[in-house]
Write a new protein. Structure first.
Length: 113
């Protein structure tokens, strides 16, 4: 009987870990303001862990987008003046991101460890 319970537990445990893993991820907010990512005067590099979600939040009045020009995975948001855009990052590496409207000055790096 104990062996059967142990065997059942060994089958169920990996499935529970797969379901619980996303709950362990974090969310990081990045401000999208009038013509800059992050705050002026701070490093333009944001570091997160693999599996984390990054949410870009529009704060200013100008239209912007989030576009990966180089990195393990490319993604692109719609051009917006308000709201947010979220992306869960599942591939490690350095992502070079810019707003195509305000390139090359509106840029940032996102490091996924």
């Amino acid at each position: 009987m104990r062996k059967a319970r142990l065997a059942a537990l060994m089958l169920v445990l990996p499935a529970l870990l797969v379901v619980a893993a996303p709950a362990l991820s974090k969310e990081k907010s990045v401000e999208v303001d009038d013509n800059y990512f992050v705050h002026k005067g701070t490093p333009r590099t944001v570091t997160v862990k693999k599996g984390d979600t990054v949410e870009w939040e529009w704060e200013g009045r100008n239209p912007h987008n989030v576009t990966v020009t180089r990195g393990p995975v490319k993604f692109h948001s719609k051009t917006k003046t308000s709201g947010s855009y979220s992306k869960r990052l599942t591939r490690r590496g350095t992502y070079r991101i810019l707003c195509t409207i305000h390139a090359p000055t509106m840029r940032m790096k996102l490091k996924v460890e």
